[in-house]
Design a protein around this ligand. Structure first.
Ligand SMILES: [Zn+2]
Length: 156
């Protein structure tokens, strides 16, 4: 089991301290177990999208619209409304529809980062660690890499 994320969430998960430690999923049943570690990736197709490993610290069911303000912050957003809007956009559904969706919530703790890679601090686009990047191909901004020095490196 690999937990998928949008590229824009990669810097939030990998930074120190992380600005995102929770995720909510439209699952019918839990696909991960508490106290186990899982690969995090931006694609299911290949291993290339893997960016790290995380420990699932807690899992629980909740109505998406009932997210607390502090959990919305742990999701990496400023408010409940901002989080619900982002979830609706990612899942291509209406906000009213996602608000009443029962979702599986995860508390994550990053335990490792993939070796030999670096990620744009703005958009999360992945590069080889040795690549010389001045402006990011993904977002066009001046490139700076997410500082992942607090995480141990792991081979994919
Ligand atoms: Zn970028």
């Amino acid at each position: 089991m690999t937990i998928l994320f949008k590229s824009k969430h990669v810097p939030m998960l990998l930074s120190n301290p992380p600005s995102k430690t929770q995720t909510r999923r439209s699952w019918k049943r839990p696909k991960v177990r508490v106290s186990r570690t899982y690969w995090l990736s931006t694609t299911m197709i290949t291993r290339d999208g893997r960016f790290g490993k995380a420990l699932v610290k807690r899992g629980w069911w909740e109505m998406l619209g009932e997210i607390s303000t502090s959990d919305a912050v742990d999701e990496g957003y400023g408010s409940q409304a901002a989080y619900i809007a982002a979830f609706a956009e990612i899942s291509k559904k209406k906000e009213e529809a996602v608000a009443i969706e029962k979702v599986y919530c995860l508390d994550l703790e990053m335990v490792a980062v993939v070796a030999g890679k670096k990620w744009c601090g703005s958009c999360g686009r992945q590069y080889a660690k040795a690549a010389e990047v001045s402006s990011c191909d993904g977002c066009g901004r001046a490139f700076f890499a997410v500082d992942t020095s607090h995480l141990k490196e792991v081979e994919v």
